[in-house]
Design a protein around this ligand. Structure first.
Ligand SMILES: [Zn+2]
Ligand SMILES: [Zn+2]
Length: 174
């Protein structure tokens, strides 16, 4: 989502809220009997605004794909966590993926999502690699291997859904 596109619902909410202010003022002056109803609507709209802004602030991390200056020789995908700036890699067994992958950052443990087509960024990936942690989907059999680069592996890494068959069931650790 581009930043300008993401702001549209917020702008709409602010415009609606401003209109509500005019209506309530008008109601206060001319029709006191429905002023209360307008006030309730006003509060609901304000709550929507608060929830929307709050969800923007705490929205989960989105991991971007990484390409080193020199082409990486292995077949794993490398990511950088926007929260901890740690590097991690995902090695999958099948090539076709249908859905995003929601997982805890293998470096810091924050929950984030790898979109179907992540944005590519250029970064120097640390050479030091951690031990692997492996997962298997009980529905389609997809096996995903995860390791960190330059940092220790978080010991409670979880994959919340299978990006291969789209099953919304956490993958089993193997
Ligand atoms: Zn992290
Ligand atoms: Zn699966």
């Amino acid at each position: 989502m581009s930043p300008s596109k993401g702001k549209i619902p917020l702008i709409v909410l602010i415009i609606l809220w401003s209109i509500m202010q005019f209506i309530s003022l008008w109601a206060l002056i001319y029709g006191k009997q429905w002023f209360e109803r307008i006030l309730i609507l006003n509060i609901i709209l304000l709550l929507f605004l608060i929830v929307f802004v709050y969800s923007r602030i705490i929205k989960p991390s989105v991991y971007d794909n990484i390409v080193k200056e020199k082409k990486i020789k292995d077949d794993s995908l490398h990511f950088k966590c926007p929260k901890c700036k740690g590097f991690f890699a995902v090695k999958k067994s099948k090539s076709i993926y249908d859905g995003p992958l929601k997982l805890t950052c293998p470096a810091c443990g924050t929950i984030g999502t790898i979109p179907i087509s992540p944005k590519l960024i250029i970064a120097k990936i640390p050479d030091e690699k951690s031990i692997n942690t492996d997962f298997k989907c009980s529905n389609c059999g997809e096996q995903i291997s995860i390791f960190t680069e330059g940092t220790k592996l978080f010991n409670k890494v979880k994959l919340f859904s299978c990006p291969c068959c789209n099953t919304q069931q956490p993958l089993k650790k193997i």
